[in-house]
Ligand binder design. Structure first.
Ligand SMILES: NC(=[NH2+])NCCC[C@H](N)C(=O)O
Length: 282
C-alpha cells in the first residue's frame, strides 16, 4: 500500500486546508511509511484563463503522479490523503494508466465536473472529474500526456446536493449515473449501493478508484470542510458505501480529501476521520 499526503489548498482557494495533514499527523491518524509531498506554496493569486493557481496546481499534480510512479508497485492499493479534491486528478490519472476499464465512485456533495469554460468559481477542485473524463483545459487534462480517459458510463456519484446547472447539463448529456443525498435518504443506502454496483458490473468494471470527499457527510457531523452543504450522509451510510465497494470490486485507489481543520468544531472531523480510517486502509 502506498500512502501519499498532500496539503494542496489552492484548488479550493482556501488556506484553512493547508494544515490538515499536520493535524492528522499529530493526531496519529497517518500510518508509518506515509509519504509527504512538498508543501504547496502560491506565487500569489493568478488566473490562467478562468482557473486559479493553475501552474502551482499542475506542478503539484505532477509531483503526486511522479511519487506514485516511484513508490507504488503494480497491484497494490494507492491512498491519497488531502488536501483539496483537485489532487484526485493525479491519483485518478495514475489509476487510469494502470487499469483498463477503471471504475470510479465519487462520493461527494459536488459533481466536480466543471471546466474552464463553465466554472463560476475558477476553483480547480470543482474540475477533477471533468479532467479525468478528458474534458476541459488541455493542460489540466493532460498534465501528463496520456491517452486513457475515464468512461462516463464507468462513473457513479453518491451524495450530490450542490450541482451547478451547467454541471447538471453535463451529467445528463453524458448520462452519468448519480445519486443525490436526498435519493440516498429516500431509496436507502442499501438500494443505492446495489444499483451502483450492478451498474458498474454491467460495464464489466473490476478495478475501482474510490474518491471520497469529506463534504459528502453531513456538516453537523463533519464540519471541517471548506464547501459544506447541509443534509449529507452519516457515518453508517459512509461505511456501508466503503464496505460494499470493497466487497464488490478490487479497490485500487482511495482518495480522502477536503479536510479543513480551521472549520472543524470540537475535533468532530478528526474523530470522524479516525472512525473511517480502518476502512480507508483496508
Ligand atoms: N470537491 C469540492 N469540494 N468541490 C467543490 C466545488 C464547488 C463548486 N461547484 C465549484 O466548482 O467551485
Amino acid at each position: 500500500m502506498t500512502i501519499i499526503t498532500s496539503n494542496m489548498y489552492l484548488g479550493a482557494d482556501n488556506p484553512g486546508i493547508k494544515t490538515g495533514i499536520d493535524v492528522l499527523k499529530n493526531e496519529s491518524v497517518l500510518p508509518d511509511g506515509t509519504l509527504f509531498t512538498n508543501p504547496v506554496t502560491s506565487h500569489g493569486i493568478t488566473r490562467t484563463k478562468k482557473m486559479k493557481y493553475y501552474f502551482e496546481i499542475l506542478d503539484h499534480l505532477k509531483e503526486i503522479h511522479q511519487s506514485y510512479i516511484a513508490h507504488s508497485e503494480k497491484g497494490e492499493k494507492n491512498i491519497l490523503i488531502g488536501g483539496d479534491h483537485s489532487i484526485a486528478i493525479a491519483s485518478g490519472v495514475h489509476s487510469l494508466e494502470n487499469y483498463d476499464n477503471l471504475g470510479v465512485v465519487w462520493v461527494d456533495a459536488h459533481a466536480d465536473i466543471n471546466t474552464n469554460d463553465i466554472t463560476n468559481s475558477g476553483n480547480v477542485h470543482g474540475m477533477s472529474v471533468a479532467a479525468l473524463l478528458g474534458l476541459g483545459d488541455d493542460g489540466l487534462v493532460n498534465f501528463v500526456p496520456r491517452t486513457k480517459y475515464l468512461k462516463p458510463e464507468n462513473v457513479v456519484y453518491i451524495g450530490l446536493r450542490d450541482v451547478e446547472p451547467e454541471e447538471q447539463a453535463l451529467l445528463d448529456k453524458l448520462r452519468i449515473k448519480h445519486y443525490t443525498a436526498d435519493e440516498v435518504m429516500s431509496l436507502g443506502i442499501e438500494t443505492v449501493m446495489k444499483e451502483s454496483i450492478a451498474h458498474l458490473k454491467a460495464q464489466k468494471v473490476k478495478n475501482l478508484h474510490l474518491s471520497y470527499d469529506l463534504d459528502s457527510a453531513d456538516p453537523t457531523l463533519v464540519p471541517g470542510v471548506t464547501t459544506d452543504v447541509p443534509n449529507g450522509l452519516d457515518l453508517k451510510q459512509t461505511l456501508y458505501i466503503f464496505r460494499q465497494l470493497h466487497k464488490a470490486f478490487n479497490v485500487v485507489a482511495f482518495d480522502l480529501v477536503e479536510f479543513n481543520p480551521e472549520k472543524d468544531v470540537d475535533n468532530q472531523t478528526v474523530d470522524f476521520i479516525k472512525q473511517i480510517m480502518p476502512d480507508v486502509l483496508k
